[in-house]
Design a protein around this ligand. Structure first.
Ligand code: THG
Length: 373
């Protein structure tokens, strides 16, 4: 087997306030996300997985870039771009929001962080929503500033993350609700900290403002974390499939609707009446989607990584879907995958064929997230 290619790092593949620490902690692979470095592996994906599910990790997820929307029309702009109703959203809440185009296709699936009625951060997945939001604000002549602030989320993920954070900021953080945020003092400075993150192991995201204190915050976490066996980590390709966490650009693109992505619960009638793409979404809500995201269990030896979608076929050989992520799950003792499956084939228990890179596999359709063992 030939070595995988290296990534050439330059100014365009932006570094983060934590990159030096990530390097010192032995990062072994990166991807690029929002034009910024995102670690993908430290030891091995499988070793990182076991550690994440048992201890606590610090994640450089600065690539979850923020678009700040600030001004009297901030809420109007954010509500215009999502079918999720923001009416009940409180000033300490984060909402997972589908962002759709004029046809109802998924442009992004960010976390919206509400700071006040006239100030939101839209914490992006990997697509250039800064220009979409800026363009819409200009086109509609809204009274808002739209810009990318110098804010870099740092994840603290894993079952021991509450203990670690409580040691640093006090036991009050244990009461922070899921997808709620508050200011906490770390090393003499207040930061917005939310209970959120791209794992199902529990944890927080510290929104570092400015670049200069990145290593200080990192070092505080590692010093206090020694007794919890803290390590540098990153979003994990096995754990995220088990947990059914979607990756925009991989599991879904602009070709897919929120209903296809299992995000129909975030499409509210009152919001679809006013948001971009709302007409298309209301029509699809009546008929139902033509395909839907599912978990798949694949037979055979350990699967290779799924770089480009693997076709799913039925017994006649017709294409009825595609797998967009797959991995061997040690805890399930099986190959697990995530993918879109057409109506008529999407019932749990349906057996299909997946054309993986290294050959065909039997596949059984099941729920997402995978049900815990
Ligand atoms: N945190 C922050 N920004 C982000 C991500 C994050 N931006 C990029 C990316 N992740 C956006 N995508 C997701 C996908 C899933 C979730 C969050 C962001 C997530 N989903 C919960 C789940 O599926 O269980 C449910 C959340 C809910 O229903 O409210 O957490 O991770 N800052």
């Amino acid at each position: 087997m030939s070595q995988p290619p290296f990534l050439s790092v330059s100014r365009r593949t932006r570094s983060t306030p934590f990159t030096r620490r990530v390097t010192e902690n032995g990062v072994s692979a990166y991807t690029v996300y929002n034009h910024m470095l995102l670690p993908t592996v430290f030891e091995t994906v499988e070793a990182d997985y076991h550690h994440l599910k048992k201890h606590v990790q610090v994640w450089d997820v600065a690539c979850e870039r923020q678009v700040e929307v600030r001004g009297p029309d901030a809420r109007e702009l954010v509500q215009w771009v999502t079918p999720r109703s923001l009416r009940k959203m409180q000033d300490d809440q984060c909402y997972y929001i589908p962002m759709v185009n004029d046809k109802g296709g998924m442009l992004n699936d960010p976390v919206a962080v509400k700071i006040s009625d006239d100030r939101f951060w839209v914490s992006l997945a990997d697509s250039d929503m800064l220009y979409w939001l800026k363009g819409l604000a200009i086109g509609k002549n809204l009274n808002v500033d739209v810009f990318e602030p110098d804010v870099s989320p740092l994840g603290v993920q894993g079952p021991k993350s509450d203990d670690l954070m409580a040691d640093i900021v006090g036991d009050c953080i244990r009461d922070l609700g899921f997808f709620r945020h508050r200011q906490y003092n770390i090393g003499g400075k207040d930061y917005l900290v939310a209970r959120s993150g791209w794992s199902k192991q529990g944890g927080f995201e510290i929104y570092l403002e400015g670049t200069e204190n990145g290593e200080q915050v990192w070092d505080i976490l590692f010093e206090a974390g020694e007794k919890y066996n803290v390590r540098a980590g990153c979003p994990n390709g096995i754990e995220r499939i088990e947990g059914g966490l979607l990756s925009h650009g991989n599991d879904m693109t602009e070709e897919n609707s929120p209903f296809e992505c299992g995000l129909g619960k975030y499409c509210h009638n009152e919001a679809m009446n006013i948001c971009i793409g709302g007409d298309a979404l209301r029509a699809e809500k009546k008929t139902g989607p033509k395909q839907i995201i599912r978990g798949l269990t694949l037979s055979g030896a350990r699967v290779p990584s799924c770089v480009n979608p693997w076709p799913i076929t039925n017994e006649k050989g017709d294409r009825v879907g595609q797998v967009t992520g797959a991995a061997w799950s040690p805890d399930f003792g099986a190959n697990i995958g995530i993918g879109m499956v057409d109506k008529n084939h999407w019932d749990y228990g349906t057996n299909l064929t997946v054309e993986a890179t290294d050959g065909n596999r039997l596949a059984t359709v099941g729920p997402l997230p995978f049900e815990s063992v």
